[in-house]
Ligand binder design. Structure first.
Ligand code: GDP
Ligand code: IMO
Ligand code: MG
Length: 423
């Protein structure tokens, strides 16, 4: 069997959690391959709302195995809080959540370093989620990291060495702090982690595939936040793109099956950095209010704008997307006109490719399409789609060269419509 990968094509928060939950019944295993508690994946069903940060979104549909892969960075204190809350709400995890021994641990001092580096950057700060993501991946790459498997052998020594190194850096940055509370919660998290299956997940996943089991990989963040291909330096510190699933799970590229690329019918971004189609007017504010565009992790207001097909085309290419999923269509239900950016104007010249630098001087060129002016939130089949909505879908498919297979018309699991139209 092959692995299928679901990942965000924009700046995160596309609705990955919701769709992974919807697709889970078709798979045996769901696996996260990168990122950490900077993610906030929201699921809604039966009147309940859940926000997952480190735990894959496949845990609500039956007793499927869920795996936290080696590419993920894990904060034991946040993980404990998340897992305990889920167990308390009637979703036992211990038997079916497996954690890679090679995943790296976010230390309390990594969070302090995240804050200290941001403070040192002043106006140039990235606007991180403050969860210690950058410093943890930095330690991984510079070969100083502490891994989940390390908690089983000589852990105190490894922790003390990493902490001492971090404290030296914090001192050099004149960053004052009190670690007592955070360290206590973190150590409790380490003990809690020992109750889970700590596994060699690359062996586990390949064995499962070889025995005919199907695996869905759940991306975090989005392509425009990728460390290599995103709007650098305003990005996260992992490979959020399709290739990240290979390194983050230990699965060979020739094992990749479908790649589901998920995007909003418009576009949002949280944190600092360029956003060519950002709206600073009433329309932007309306999208923000109708879409409840406030961060699931930090509560920050998300910046809103029209869909950017230049950036989306780039994301489709980098990820080898085979199927598109459009989310939050309902947010545009009341608009007379919908805009879609089809090119950038740079120094008076129009370009339709994603350039090296999108930081300055980019003016979006828009196509305008008629709005559908219909409440879509109760629709159950594509037969009910208004003509203008079908025209919007056809326009996107033509621009992006990939079919839109799923359309989401509300936050609930049930507000999801599959399209069966001929390709
Ligand atoms: P993720 O990080 O990609 O999983 O996305 P988030 O959970 O951070 O943000 C998506 C938000 O949109 C959540 O609050 C979802 O409940 C909500 N949502 C998902 N799909 C839809 C939709 O089709 N319509 C509306 N109105 N809300 C949606
Ligand atoms: P999900 O999985 C949206 C953004 C932060 C910041 C930048 C770097 O829910 O889509 P980091 O803490 O990773 O070092 O922050 O990336 N960011 C996200 N934005 N959704 C996310 O995750 C994000 N994870 C990180 O706001 O701009
Ligand atoms: Mg999110």
């Amino acid at each position: 069997m092959k692995i299928d990968i679901l990942l965000g094509l924009q700046w995160g928060d596309e609705g990955k959690g919701k769709v992974v939950d919807v697709l889970t019944p078709r798979y045996d295993v769901v696996a996260r391959f990168q990122g950490g508690p900077n993610a906030g994946h929201t699921l809604e069903f039966e009147g309940q709302k859940y926000v997952l940060r480190s735990i894959p979104s496949g845990i609500f549909q039956g007793d499927k195995v869920n795996i936290i892969g080696n590419g993920v960075v894990l904060d034991p204190a946040l993980f404990k809080a998340e897992a305990e809350a889920l167990e308390a709400s009637g979703h036992p995890l211990k038997e079916r959540l497996h954690i890679s021994k090679k995943a790296h641990l976010i230390l309390p001092t990594h969070r302090l370093l995240d804050a200290a580096y941001e403070a040192a950057k002043g106006d140039a700060k990235v606007g991180t989620t403050g969860k210690g993501i950058g410093p943890t991946y930095t330690d991984k790459i510079s070969r100083n990291g502490v891994r989940v498997g390390d908690i089983l052998h000589n852990f105190e020594q490894k922790y003390a060495a990493a902490k001492a190194r971090h404290e030296q850096i914090l001192k050099s940055l004149n960053y004052s702090y009190d670690l007592t509370e955070a360290e206590k919660a973190w150590m409790e998290g380490i003990e809690y982690l020992k109750q889970f299956h700590l596994v060699d997940s690359e062996h586990e996943i390949n064995n499962l595939l070889n025995s005919g089991k199907s695996v869905l990989c759940e991306g975090a963040q989005g392509t425009m936040l990728d460390i290599d291909f995103g709007s650098y330096p305003f990005v996260t510190s992992s490979n959020t793109v399709c290739a990240g699933a290979c390194t983050g799970l230990g699965v060979a590229p020739n094992k990749i099956g479908d790649v589901y690329g998920i995007f909003k019918a418009y576009c949002t971004r949280v944190g600092a950095g360029p956003f060519p189609t950002e709206l600073f007017d009433e329309t932007g504010e309306t999208i923000c209010q109708l879409g409840h565009e406030f961060g699931a992790v930090t509560g920050r207001k998300r910046r809103c704008g029209w869909i950017d097909l230049v950036a989306l085309k780039y994301a489709v290419m980098i990820n080898g997307v085979t199927q598109l999923i459009m989310m939050k269509s309902d947010v545009l239900d009341g608009f007379d006109t919908i805009k879609a950016c089809v090119a950038y104007r740079v120094n008076g010249e129009e370009i339709d490719y994603f350039p090296f630098d999108i930081n300055e001087g980019i003016e979006p060129v828009y196509a305008e399409l008629p709005g559908w002016k219909t409440d879509m939130t109760k629709m159950e089949s594509e037969d009910e789609f208004p003509e203008e909505f079908n025209a919007y879908l056809s326009f996107l498919e033509e621009q992006l060269g990939v079919p839109v297979k799923i359309v989401s018309v509300g936050p609930d699991r049930k507000q999801t419509i599959e399209r069966y139209t001929e390709e």
